[in-house]
Write a protein that binds this ligand. Structure first.
Ligand code: MEV
Length: 303
């Protein structure tokens, strides 16, 4: 194959970001914003991004990993088309890494080698996250909704929730720096951090029961408790707190930052009947997206 294309979804973490780095469980969903990556063979060796040599790019690094692993003697040129806003906590870098690795795998192996692209996507993510838990690449690969734990991997679950509102606070941030900030908090407050990990895990367990019982109001309240824990470890911001307050005032059951925080996006849990009203109210102040949860994972696309 001379040319191939693949796409992968972005994600929202519903519960447990940051704590998942320390092997806590997190609940994560793929969303219907996707990145599409087209790859073609190239007459120059190595991986090129739109005919340019670019270093430290997750999609380039992921494709390089496939080339190196398979001993491919030619080069690859990649082109990215993404609807996922970058650097706001929606998994853009994982999605482009996984889609790029999948398209490279299609060219070199004639199929999507899921095990290999999982490793390649993780390598791509390391450029951005430094110490990724693997949650973003895992959901980009698998799609759906599930519980992720670093030491145990991913288990799909069903939740009675199809749509969520995402508020973009307008501030981009660096995931690696936010992960480092939490590490510093942990090093300076070891005892309290351990208590926070226990609380965060308990929240996830209660939420899973609430989802089973269809208690979205209860889930919304626990989102606020999760947000309080994230605030305590230093990854909230004034804009995030403002967005959470506005979401609640507009009628959401709950809201919290999603992803690394420090800016980026806030997710709002809203009753299906109220989504339009809440959307309009929030959009007077912030950019808002209505997204569908549980989107399909990585897949081959027509070229
Ligand atoms: C980023 O989407 C989620 C973090 O927990 C980092 C990670 O798990 O790799 C902040």
């Amino acid at each position: 194959m001379e040319k191939a294309a693949a796409s992968a979804p972005g994600k929202v973490i519903l519960f447990g970001e940051h704590f998942v780095v320390y092997d806590n469980p997190a609940i994560v969903s793929a969303i219907n914003l996707r990145a599409r990556v087209e790859v073609s063979t190239y007459d120059r060796r190595g991986v090129w991004l739109r005919d340019r040599k670019v270093v430290n790019h997750p999609a380039v690094r992921a494709a390089e990993y496939i080339i190196q692993n398979k001993g491919f003697s030619k080069g690859l040129n990649i082109n990215i088309f993404s609807d996922i806003p970058p650097k706001v906590g929606l998994g853009s870098s994982a999605s482009v890494s996984i889609a790029s690795a999948a398209a490279a795998s299609l060219i070199i192996q004639g199929r999507i080698d899921r095990e290999l692209i999982a490793a390649a996507g993780f390598e791509g993510e390391r450029i951005v996250h430094h110490n990724p838990s693997g949650i973003d690449t895992c959901i980009a690969l698998n799609g759906g909704v599930g519980i992720y734990r670093r030491s145990k991997g991913f288990t799909k679950i069903h939740i009675p929730l199809e749509t969520i509102l995402i508020i973009d606070t307008g501030r981009m941030r660096n995931t690696g720096e936010m992960v480092k900030k939490v590490r510093e908090y942990m090093e300076n407050n070891r005892e309290r951090f351990n208590e926070i990990l226990v609380d965060a895990e308990e929240l996830v367990n209660i939420v899973l029961d609430m989802f089973k019982n269809g208690d979205l109001e209860g889930v919304g309240k626990l989102m606020l408790r999760n947000q309080a824990l994230l605030r305590e470890v230093g990854v909230s911001s004034d804009e995030i707190e403002e967005a959470v307050r506005l979401a609640l005032k507009s009628g959401a059951y709950g809201a919290k930052l999603t992803g690394a925080g420090g800016g980026g996006c806030v997710i709002c849990l809203v009753d299906e009947d109220k989504i339009e009203r809440v959307y309009l109210n929030i959009s007077n102040r912030f950019k808002v997206y209505t997204v569908r949860l549980s989107a399909e994972g990585v897949k081959e696309e027509e070229i």
